[in-house]
Design a protein around this ligand. Sequence first.
Ligand code: GLP
Length: 258
Amino acid sequence: MQEPGSTSVPSPVVAATPAEACARVAGEIHELLAAGARAGAPTVLGLATGGTMVGVYSALVERLAGEPVDLSRVTTFNLDEYLGLADGDPRSFRSFMAQHLFGPAGFAPERCHFPDAALAAEQPGLAGEAYQALIARHGGLDLQLLGIGRNGHVAFNEPGTPEAASTRVVPLHEHTRADAAPSFGGLEHVPTHAITMGLLEIRAARRLRLLAFGEAKAAAIHAALVAPVDPACPASLLRNHADLEVLLDGAAASALGA
Ligand code: GLP
């Protein structure tokens, strides 16, 4: 457990543009996948959704098109999924991933995992344990991609989440639902719950790569990296991870040093 006020602050990479940051992370993932393929070893990626990830995935698709890699031993685990959406709903995170990465890059759908939202609606405890166990059976996550919510959430670990929280069903914060409202055609259509990987599984990933762009994320990045470590900003609980890289544009970095 980190003491509140812990000062181990990873220096962020501040890129000239979001595209530059996305290309850097995509290059690292491409290298990881290529090294796994050369060694005939499995690679396990933890993946995220959200607007921030669109550029990462398009850069990765482009890299893979230019320098193809055998993806047959790659397994992926997404951070989270909404509860209450029908199979194939275009607003589900599974659909997002199929559109932006799995389809265009040619990932085998049966190796791309999500927490089981249908099971979670019936038996939340079981769904959480099953996902945790599946990740463990694959040897844990080699690299986890992360965005950050305006309120400092990572995946759907909302403010107040303890460091030891594992995969579970959570109610969504009003800010998170408001941010999602445009893509659902109004707040009343946004799901109220989701199933999310916990900070426990996220912290267990061997590499964490967190990206944030734009001024709307500046306060969350300040709370994550500079203000005292506090569950009120869940991302701050990742600060002492042994291999965390935070990639920002100038606007997201603008409150650092303040
Ligand atoms: C959602 C996702 C998070 C993501 C966040 C930020 O809440 N569950 O994993 O980090 O959105 O999204 P964006 O990148 O669109 O700002």
